[in-house]
Design a protein around this ligand. Structure first.
Ligand code: NDP
Length: 254
């Protein structure tokens, strides 16, 4: 039987748009108090108000997770406000595409800072609380869901450093799963294919024209809610069942 989220607390990074916002809405609908983390505070506050107006519980926390101290403070605020942390969704991410040859390496730094270091900072800060929830909480299990990508499974030309970050997230996820699974912290990776979000919009115009717009124009891409459904599935499995990997694709993306 699926577990309920009522009485649990979920922290979602990158909750100001796209997959993170949809996941926050979904976990709140399912009964979790949700902690919304990102840099755009206005967006977070609007979403928190929307969730509260619908009868849910939400806290907006402005943080740049590439800064270890801000990531730690975000986790701390969640625990101070709600007294516990049961679920961490490491969703914040950046995808800047283009060839390695002649690349703007500042873009690499930004991607690695968010997709890798941000995820590590948040995970490290959250783990003691998740372990405690798994030991003492009503469900006696806790969850980390890392939003990776199909680009964590398959590499393509032009995706080099994004591939590097997402393959890295997959490896780290499985290592951490093995480390803490017997203590009932489940660690899994969710790998979406194309989803209609702001993700591609941060790229330079030539990359959008050559690599991103043609894909979105020729594919019936997923909605953020499709991924939120996957997260909700992963974190509501019975205590004895752990989803280590979930791969969700648009049907017409080969
Ligand atoms: P969006 O661009 O819509 O969302 C990215 C989120 O990350 C935003 O909320 C943004 O908030 C947040 N973020 C970025 N940098 C930081 C930072 N330094 N600190 C805190 N938050 C940050 O894209 P998606 O919803 O698509 O992306 C979510 C995840 O899904 C990413 O990890 C992405 O790689 C992955 N993914 C997406 C796919 C797609 O096709 N869309 C496919 C496969 C995977 P803010 O700017 O307010 O800080």
């Amino acid at each position: 039987m699926a577990l309920k989220l009522t009485g649990t607390v979920a922290l979602i990074t990158g909750a100001s748009s796209g997959i993170g916002a949809a996941t926050a809405r979904r976990l709140a609908e399912d009964g979790a108090a949700v902690v919304l983390v990102a840099r755009r505070k206005d967006r977070l506050e609007d979403l928190a108000a929307e969730i509260e107006n619908a009868g849910g519980t939400a806290l907006a926390v402005e943080a740049d997770i590439t800064d270890r101290l801000q990531a730690e403070a975000a986790v701390q605020q969640a625990v101070e406000r709600f007294g516990r942390l049961d679920t961490l969704v490491n969703n914040a991410g950046l995808m800047l595409l283009g060839p390695v040859v002649g690349a703007d390496t500042e873009e690499w730094d930004r991607m690695i800072a968010v997709n890798v270091q941000g995820l590590l900072h948040t995970t490290h800060a959250a783990l003691p609380h998740l372990l405690q929830a798994a030991e003492q909480g009503p469900r006696q299990v806790a969850d980390i869901v890392n939003i990776s990508s199909i680009a964590g499974r398959v590499a393509w030309s032009g995706y080099g450093v994004y591939n590097l970050t997402k393959f890295g997230v997959n490896g780290f996820t499985e290592s951490l799963r093995q480390e803490v699974t017997r203590r009932h912290v489940r660690v899994g990776v969710l790998e979406p294919g194309g989803v209609a979000t702001e993700l591609g919009s941060h790229n330079k115009a030539e990359v959008r024209d050559a690599m991103i717009d043609p894909f979105y124009e020729s594919t019936e891409v997923l909605a953020p809610q499709d991924i939120a459904d996957g997260v909700a599935y992963m974190v509501t499995r019975p205590r004895h069942a752990s989803v280590g990997e979930l791969w969700i694709m648009p049907t017409d993306q080969a």
